[in-house]
Design a protein around this ligand. Structure first.
Ligand SMILES: *Cc1c(COP(=O)(O)O)cnc(C)c1O
Length: 350
C-alpha cells in the first residue's frame, strides 16, 4: 500500500476537514525496533523497544505535528508561520513551510542550537533570528507576535501539532498489536508526552486497547516539572530539552497522573552514556535529548521498577547526525597510520 503521510493514514483522528489537501513530506511510519542487545546490556527484565523518530523527513518527531499545523495554516489562508525553537521545530517548520510556499520565521537562542538544525532552517529558506536569551525568551516573543499579527505560531502551543504527534502512539499499538505497559520519553516543552498520551487514549477508546504508564525524563539542569518550579537558566548538553518553563506543563502533569506514571531527572553524563550505548548496541545514532528516554529506563531498572511481563517503548526523538559536535566530544578519535599495509595491520590486530 502506498504510504501517504500521517494525515492520510489517520484521517479519522484528525481535526481537519475531509477534503483538505495535506502538506506532507511523508513523515511518520518510523521503525519500532526490538532492542535485545540493549536489554542485555541494561539487564532489563522486560521487553525493550525503540521508536526511532530520526527517520522522519527532517530527522525528528516534530514533522508529525508540523504536517498538521502547516496544512491547517494553508487551509486558513495564512501567508507566514513563526516559531521559537531549540532547533528541531525550526528545521521542521522551515521544511514544511517551504513545501507549502509559506514564509517561515524562526527565533532561536543564540549559540545553543546544534549546527545541523541551524543549517536545516537556513537551507529550507526560513528567516532565522538569533536572540541573546534562552528558549523561554524566544517563545515569549513569538507569543506576542502571534497576538499582534496574522503570522501563525507553529510551536507545540498550536494544538494541531499535538494532533499530528499523537500518531506515533497509533503506530506503536498497531505494530505491537497492543499498547506497551510503559512509554519512556524525554520531556522539554512537554508537547510530546501530552501528544502520546492523547494518542494512546484515543486508540483505547476506539479499539479497547490498554493504556501504558507514561515515564518522562528531564535533564538535571533543566527539570522544572520534576522540581515543581520554573528554572530561570536551564542548562543541559541535550539542547532539545533545554527548557525552563514548559509550554505544556499542565497537560504533562495530567498525563503522568492519569497514567500513574512518573517524571524523573537524568544527568548529562547519563544521557551521553546512553547515547553511546544505543549506538554501539543497536546501531541507532540518536541525538542527546533522545537518549534521556533510555538513560531513564536504565535508572528505573536499577530501582527494580519493571517486571518480566512489562513491555517498554522508548522514543528516540531525533537523529544524532544533527548534533555531531556533542556526539564526538567524548569518544576516542580515529587511529592514524602511514599509508602502508603493515602499519594498518598492526593497528587492526592490536
Ligand atoms: C522537541 C524535542 C524534544 C522535546 O519534546 P517536547 O515536546 O518539547 O517535550 C526531545 N527531543 C528532541 C530531539 C526534540 O526535538
Amino acid at each position: 500500500m502506498k504510504y501517504t503521510g500521517v494525515i492520510e493514514r489517520y484521517r479519522e483522528y484528525m481535526p481537519l476537514s475531509r477534503d483538505v489537501m495535506p502538506i506532507t513530506l511523508l513523515e511518520g511510519n518510523t521503525p519500532l525496533l526490538e532492542a535485545d542487545n540493549l536489554k542485555k546490556e541494561l539487564k532489563a527484565p522486560c521487553k525493550v523497544f525503540l521508536k526511532f523518530e530520526g527517520t522522519n523527513p527532517t530527522g525528528s518527531f516534530k514533522d508529525r505535528g508540523m504536517t498538521v499545523a502547516i496544512t491547517k495554516s494553508v487551509e486558513d489562508g495564512a501567508e507566514a508561520v513563526i516559531c521559537a525553537s531549540t532547533g528541531n521545530t525550526s528545521a521542521s517548520a522551515a521544511a514544511y513551510a517551504a513545501k507549502a510556499g509559506l514564509k517561515a520565521f524562526v527565533i532561536l537562542p543564540k549559540g545553543k542550537i546544534a549546527i545541523g538544525k541551524l543549517a536545516q532552517a537556513l537551507i529550507y529558506g526560513a528567516k532565522v533570528i538569533e536572540i541573546d536569551g534562552n528558549f523561554d525568551d524566544a517563545l515569549r516573543i513569538v507569543r506576542e507576535i502571534g497576538e499582534k499579527t496574522r503570522v501563525v505560531i507553529v510551536n507545540s502551543i498550536n494544538p494541531y501539532r499535538i494532533e499530528g504527534q499523537k500518531t506515533a502512539s497509533f503506530e506503536i499499538v498497531e505494530t505491537l498489536g497492543k499498547a506497551p505497559t510503559h512509554h519512556s520519553l524525554p520531556v522539554g516543552n512537554a508537547g510530546n508526552i501530552t501528544a502520546y498520551w492523547k494518542g494512546y487514549k484515543e486508540w483505547s477508546t476506539k479499539h479497547g486497547s490498554s493504556l501504558p504508564k507514561m515515564l518522562g525524563f528531564q535533564a538535571e539542569g533543566a527539570a522544572p516539572i520534576v522540581l515543581g518550579r520554573v528554572v530561570d537558566h536551564p542548562e543541559t548538553v541535550a539542547t532539545a530539552i533545554r527548557i525552563g518553563n514548559p509550554a505544556s506543563w499542565k497537560q504533562a502533569v495530567n498525563a503522568l497522573d492519569e497514567s500513574t506514571g512518573q517524571i524523573n531527572i537524568v544527568q548529562d553524563s547519563e544521557i551521553l552514556s546512553a547515547q553511546k550505548l544505543i549506538a554501539g548496541a543497536e546501531g541507532i545514532f540518536c541525538e542527546p535529548a533522545s537518549a534521556s528516554s533510555v538513560a531513564g529506563l536504565r535508572k528505573l531498572i536499577s530501582h527494580d521498577y519493571f517486571s518480566a511481563k512489562d513491555v517498554v517503548v522508548c522514543t528516540l526523538t531525533g537523529n544524532g547526525l544533527k548534533d555531531p559536535d556533542t556526539a564526538s566530544r567524548d569518544i576516542a578519535p580515529p587511529l592514524t597510520s602511514k599509508p602502508e599495509l603493515s602499519e594498518v595491520l598492526k593497528l587492526i590486530q592490536d
